[in-house]
Design a protein around this ligand. Structure first.
Ligand SMILES: Nc1ncnc2c1ncn2[C@@H]1O[C@H](COP(=O)(O)OP(=O)(O)O)[C@@H](O)[C@H]1O
Ligand SMILES: O=P(O)(O)OC[C@H](O)CO
Length: 498
């Protein structure tokens, strides 16, 4: 029977998705399920790891039913995942010992402060390409080991396992047989030396993490194992690719050449630039990270991470109840021609690139008696574009490369107002990819390459197509005045700390 499809799993912060792709990179069917966010305390974000797994399983079977595709038609499964989110579970029972601590969560800010005071910053940057911040897995893992009674002892004996979301899903899919991660995910843990490519003894000691609980680090494209037949699949299907969702999107956007960049507008906003086999060190608050290991080669990327982007639109919907659905934001924003000087700084969980400040919180500036809901919504949407400009400016300074066009993807790129404003603000064309689910497509490509479904990267690059280009239309004077206003707003927000 012909193996005609790759099943891509995109386990994101807001939802779990399963997408079937055929050999031309065409999307056959999508199934999606939102997952619950748990806010136990201000600044904390957690999820139920069992729900992450159950929703993934549900969308897998759902997409196959929807497309009437049978398991024997699936060549391989690829996984892209929300990164850094930390899960610890019992090897015997398979039960998580604590909730999944989500990448956005700030509950380890105090641990980070202490590590900085102990003078670890330089070492961390030199080994991991990251900074000491609650964003990354390492301090979240330490927090679980510190707070769950007996956890560290059990972990030392190899009774507890650590994983980011792809590790957890592969372990579940393989019936508890395979405990692996890929280079891209390992590079986000704060425990992995991206230059020597190994779990680092100094970092493990710094966080008091036993090595016995860590997964094996593998390339992003290889057969890790097979699904066990007692799940949905009557057959054993190869699990053949995994990458953190942002690196997967870089791959799905076919940014294979040095200097090519993409920006993803999901819960957060993540811009990655491929820097090839060399790791570029940032002087402007970017992260140096592993892009992927493919074809026996490991490549690096520069990354700018914005913590709150699409989730600010969810806040308009769920918190402020100003809109019924995320897409309504566009109608409101275009009822007016300007925010009339209103700026929203959505620093709900601190600020990432280039500011790296855990303590700053959200703020609104420039309110007048004439400020309306429309101004508020438009300013929130614009904040995604301003934060992206902050990142692009840092990226150009660090890489010495002027980005000529920006490839974009993610849920919020459906918003035409936002895309046009983004192009205006950056003064470069913004290219929306034909397949907007480039994260899942990247995971599909990684898995497909491992099983020979696609021949090589050049075949993949040929499949990339632009669906729509947004070109800059704004006058320089307006562009710089708007951006200066944003810079003032961020500066002011950073004065008022939580
Ligand atoms: N039309 C829209 N305008 C603005 N934001 C949107 C729109 N549609 C979706 N979003 C935002 O995009 C995010 C979902 O994007 P997605 O790529 O699925 O995220 P993730 O991978 O982080 O789960 C949500 O935060 C949502 O608020
Ligand atoms: O789930 P997303 O798409 O917002 O991505 C989350 C990132 O991987 C966090 O680093």
């Amino acid at each position: 029977m012909k193996k005609s499809y790759i099943l891509a799993l995109d386990q994101g912060t807001t939802s779990s998705r399963a997408i079937l792709f055929d050999q031309s990179g065409r999307k056959i069917a999508v199934e999606q399920k939102e997952i619950k966010q748990i806010y136990q305390q201000p600044g904390w974000v957690e999820q139920n790891a069992n729900e992450i797994w159950a929703s993934t399983l549900a969308v897998m079977s759902g997409v196959m039913l929807k497309a009437n595709v049978r398991e024997y038609e699936i060549a391989a499964i690829g996984i892209a995942n929300q990164r850094e989110t930390t899960i610890v579970w019992d090897k015997e029972t398979g039960q998580p010992v604590y909730q999944a601590i989500v990448w956005q969560s700030r509950q380890t800010a105090a641990i980070c402060e202490q590590l900085k005071q102990q003078g670890h910053e330089q070492m961390v940057k030199e080994k991991t390409g990251l900074l000491i911040d609650a964003y990354f897995s390492g301090t979240k893992l330490k927090w679980i080991l510190d707070h769950v009674t007996g956890a560290r002892e059990k972990a030392k004996k190899g009774q507890l396992l650590f994983g980011t979301v792809e590790t957890w899903l592969i372990w579940k899919l393989s019936g508890g047989k395979v405990h692996v991660t890929d280079y891209s995910n390992a590079s986000r843990t704060l425990l992995y030396n991206i230059y020597e490519r190994k779990w680092d003894a100094d970092l493990l000691a710094m966080l008091d993490v036993p090595e016995a609980m860590l997964p094996e680090v593998r390339p992003s494209s290889e057969i890790y194992g097979k699904t066990v037949n007692y799940h949905f699949f009557g057959l054993e299907v190869p699990i053949a690719g995994a990458a953190g969702d942002q690196q997967a999107a870089l791959f799905g956007q076919a940014c294979f050449e040095e200097g090519m960049a993409k920006n993803t507008y999901g819960t957060g906003c993540f811009m990655l630039m491929n820097t090839g086999e060399k790791a570029v060190t940032s002087k402007h608050g970017l992260l140096t990270t592993l892009a992927w290991g493919v074809d026996g080669k490991v490549e690096y990327a520069l990354e700018g991470s914005v913590f709150v982007a699409g989730s600010a639109i969810q806040w308009l919907r769920d918190g402020l109840r100003m809109i019924k659905a995320a897409k309504d934001s566009e109608q409101y924003a275009t009822r007016i021609t300007s925010t009339d000087g209103v700026y929203v700084v959505p620093a709900f969980v601190g600020l990432g690139t280039p500011y790296w400040d855990s303590d700053v919180r959200g703020a609104v500036f420039g309110l007048t008696r004439g400020t309306s809901k429309e101004h508020f919504i438009r300013a929130t949407l614009e904040s995604l574009a301003y934060q992206t400009k902050d990142v692009l400016t840092a990226m150009e300074a660090d890489s010495g490369i002027a980005v000529k066009t920006l490839r974009v993807d993610g849920g919020a790129v459906a918003n035409h107002f936002l895309m046009q404003f983004q192009s205006d603000l950056l003064n470069v064309p913004v290219e929306r990819a034909m397949i907007q689910e480039t994260t899942a497509l990247g995971a599909a490509y990684l898995a497909g390459l491992a099983v020979g479904f696609w021949k090589d990267k050049s075949e993949i690059a040929q499949q990339w197509a632009v669906e729509r280009t947004f070109s800059p239309e704004m006058e320089e004077a307006e562009r710089s005045a708007l951006y200066q206003g944003w810079q003032k707003a961020v500066k002011a927000a950073m004065v008022f700390k939580s």
